[in-house]
Design a protein. Structure first.
Length: 365
């Protein structure tokens, strides 16, 4: 019993300290409320009605340790429970009283003294908590945190502008929903499970939660890249003898990143020609090959230069996405062109490669 009361007291004390800046901000508020309650002036009656009386009712709940305990239990973090202090008109009451004191004196030098006293008191009680690093220039017109806009733009392109489900770290949740409501974050700000007790990213739990919520994408901080993965964009890597090349992006259909014209994609392929000269087994692309699994509309049209890539380097497989199965029932997912298996691996696809392809043998010598 005593232990439970101790926990409730400590939780309440933590919330009170956070919500009132260790009481420094609350003391001027209480003094101003006391002045308004005792003031005989008729003009202060309305201030009592709008400021003081509602504050007294709110304080019955805010300074109730049992109420704070259940708020902490429900919200899970004392820093969130601090929001119960927001309805208190602390700023309004203090400003009102400063203005009343300002106009109560007639001489100019006394008014200057009132203003200086108010400013000094504010600086004293807040200790400059809203100065310096609290305010920094925005890096983009949308005033989002660094990386949030770029992430949203990339997800928009990957999902072809359609609604998509994404698991993101909790520090990005509010910014993403503010910028693009088509990006659904099933776990909102409750994604603490992404990190273990050691503070490291828990890939197993993150993957399990992503599958449960049927997420299309998982956003992982750059400081913690997926284990065992390499970015192959505009690269050719060799894995167990397989030569794998990556060519992301789609045909440009609107301004934005990760979109390329035919000429742009041709230049990317030419820049990789030295790496491709010994052949390539698997080409991983985002967009399809023109005429093989693409659609007639510009956003979903494939690259014609991928045909020339296949004709020249003859990869065993060309894997792509971009065209979703939800676009039409019975959509064909596999094609063969010049001996290359073209496969739309959207949604889910298990590619089984014969054992002899893993013996260090490439498609071309």
């Amino acid at each position: 019993m005593l232990e439970s009361l101790k926990i409730i007291f400590e939780e309440s004390l933590s919330v009170y300290r956070l919500g009132t800046l260790d009481g420094r901000l609350f003391i001027p508020f209480v003094l101003c409320c006391a002045y308004l309650l005792l003031s005989p002036a008729e003009e202060d009656e309305r201030a009592r009605y709008y400021f003081v009386y509602p504050s007294l009712i709110l304080c019955v709940f805010i300074f109730n340790p049992v109420f704070i305990h259940y708020m902490v239990k429900y919200m899970g973090d004392p820093e969130r429970v601090v929001r119960v202090f927001w309805p208190l008109p602390i700023g309004g009451v203090i400003v009102y009283c400063v203005i009343r004191a300002f106009f109560a004196v007639k001489k100019r030098w006394k008014r200057v003294c009132v203003l200086l006293a108010a400013v000094c008191t504010l600086l004293l009680v807040t200790e400059g908590s809203h100065a310096g690093i609290s305010f920094v220039p925005a890096s983009n017109p949308q005033k989002l945190v660094t990386g949030a806009k770029e992430l949203c733009d990339k997800l928009y392109v990957l999902s072809d502008g359609e609604e998509t489900r994404v698991l993101v770290p909790k520090h990005l949740f509010f910014w993403i929903r503010e910028y693009n409501a088509a990006i659904i974050t099933p776990y909102s700000h409750k994604a603490e499970f992404m990190y273990g007790e050691d503070g490291m990213l828990d890939f197993d739990e993150t993957g399990r939660k992503a599958r449960e919520a049927q997420c299309d994408y998982v956003v992982i901080p750059a400081a913690a890249p997926p284990e065992g993965c390499d970015c192959i964009e505009d690269k050719l890597i060799i894995f167990n003898g397989l030569r794998i090349a990556g060519l992301g992006g789609c045909l440009r259909y609107r301004p934005g990143e990760y979109q390329y014209s035919e000429a742009d994609m041709q230049r990317r392929i030419r820049r990789m020609s030295w790496k491709l000269r010994k052949g390539v087994d698997i080409v991983v692309a985002h967009a399809p090959v023109q005429g093989f699994g693409d659609l007639e509309d510009l956003p979903h049209r494939g690259f014609a230069c991928f045909r020339k890539l296949i004709e020249k380097y003859m990869p065993k497989y060309l894997l792509h996405g971009h065209v979703h199965a939800s676009y039409g029932h019975g959509m064909r997912k596999e094609y063969n062109y010049c001996g290359t298996h073209i496969i739309n691996v959207g949604e889910t696809y298990i590619l089984e490669i014969p054992d002899d392809a893993l013996q260090g043998q490439t498609s071309r010598k």
